[in-house]
Design a protein around this ligand. Structure first.
Ligand code: AMP
Ligand code: MG
Length: 407
């Protein structure tokens, strides 16, 4: 199969295959502090009603609304309630209780008058404004009732979910183990980033970018270093990579004489789901399954491997973690400079996205193509130019994809 899929179709293919391959994930029980970015396999439920009592949301006076239907009501203050405090008794007609934010509204009262709208005359409180039943009270159980679902299984946990779990006392969470993602760079010319390269060698930068992309996406990276463009060594390294859940290769998937990744995968019995995508950079990207594992052959050019990782590897990580695939987070910006691209491709062009007030503007950055990470490091996103729009004038709306972590 050598056809080039539109990138949305290629992504959909990854999603379908990953879902078909997904097994019940291995699980771990972890402390809540460690849960950011992890995927729940057991839901979090409310241990009691939330709020657990009728909670005042203001500092003021707990009143009976029937006493305060019109401005100017005069009520006798018969007590004080701080957050965590208990008022013994009932607020009777003509009475009120001074109350603080977070305290439980006492029996008899059904509204809170804000302190800013009151005057005090000894024990008498004068309400400047009318008060309605329910004002400034969040009723018991209105956020969630005891036993209600708070955070569903398959949710990737963020700070809000962590706070909610803490509130409910779920301080140990059951999550899926992060899928293991083996990273194998290929290329005779590639040397370790810490090595001293010869004049015609390049340091392995994809190893670092793929590792950090994998880790921040929720995978457990396993770094396999670099393999030369040589069948036996490549095969040995690929077989090691296939011990992980996902294998991500970089390089060796183009049409060159020494681009051997597809051949070696083929020898190992791989089934190819695509061997090209209608995107630039990233056109030669390969997706296969081999020995029950997902294999991505990303083009070696550093920007190509980053873009194709975001588009295709990310959803696979989500699915093998037991979560729904994250959408590609494109948004709209106004083009600051005209763009002209050709060919039936979707282009991902390094761009600087800036905000003028609430409006995003995209400025395409000059670059030397998909090897140019000098330009990419200046960019905080990509201009996404689809095949249907080869020429776009300044001031038109375009799609942009943020560079993860840069915006
Ligand atoms: P390839 O996809 O193997 O044809 O490689 C395309 C380009 O990316 C070549 O210029 C390679 O030298 C370069 N390249 C391949 N692998 C890496 C890597 N791990 N780090 C940096 N550059 C690479
Ligand atoms: Mg190569």
């Amino acid at each position: 199969m050598n056809s080039m899929l539109p990138y949305a179709d290629a992504r959909q293919k990854v999603i379908e295959i990953a879902e078909a391959l997904r097994r019940t994930p291995r699980v771990e029980t972890i402390e809540i502090e460690q849960a950011f970015g992890r995927v729940l396999t057991r839901e979090v439920r409310a241990d009691r009603d939330y709020p657990p009592f009728n909670r005042s949301t203001r500092d003021g006076f707990a009143v009976r609304s029937a006493d305060a239907a019109a401005p100017g009501a005069r009520l006798e203050c018969v007590g004080e309630l701080r957050a965590g405090g208990n008022f013994v008794g009932t607020v009777a007609p003509g009475e009120c209780v001074e109350i603080m934010t977070g305290a439980s509204v006492p029996a008899g009262a059904d509204a809170v008058a804000m302190i800013e709208h009151t005057k005090r005359d000894g024990r008498t409180i004068i309400l400047d404004r009318a008060v309605k039943g329910g004002d400034h009270i969040v009723p018991r159980g209105s956020e969630a009732q005891a036993g209600a679902l708070l955070v569903a299984a398959a949710t990737r946990v963020g700070y809000a979910e962590m706070a909610l779990a803490a509130q409910a006392g779920s301080t140990r969470l059951v999550v899926s183990a992060n899928p293991r993602l083996a990273i194998l760079s290929t290329g005779d010319e590639v040397v370790d980033a810490r090595a001293n390269p010869g004049p015609l060698q390049v340091r392995n930068s994809n190893g670092i970018s793929i590792e950090v992309l994998a880790r921040t996406a929720g995978a457990e990276p396993i770094q396999l270093g670099n393999a030369p463009d040589e069948i036996i060594a490549l095969r040995k390294n690929i077989e090691r990579g296939l011990e992980a859940d996902i294998l991500v290769l970089s390089g060796g998937v183009s049409m060159g004489k020494y681009d051997l990744v597809e051949q070696v995968l083929s020898d190992l019995g791989a089934e190819f789901h695509f061997t090209g995508v209608a995107i630039r950079p990233g056109r030669p990207a390969v997706f296969a399954t081999c020995r029950g594992k997902l294999v991505f052959g990303l083009p070696g050019n550093p920007v190509s491997s980053m873009v194709t990782f975001e588009l295709f590897v990310l959803p696979a990580i989500d699915i093998l973690s037991g979560a729904a695939p994250r959408p590609v987070p494109v948004f709209r910006a106004k083009l600051a400079t005209p763009v002209r691209e050709k060919g039936p491709m979707t282009h991902f062009l390094p761009a600087r996205i800036e905000w003028e007030g609430r409006e995003a503007r995209a400025i395409q950055l000059p670059w030397q193509g998909s090897g140019d990470i000098v330009a990419l490091a200046q960019a905080n996103g990509f201009l996404v130019v689809g095949p249907e729009r080869p020429d776009i004038a300044e001031g038109e709306w375009v799609e942009v994809l943020p560079r993860r972590g840069a915006i």
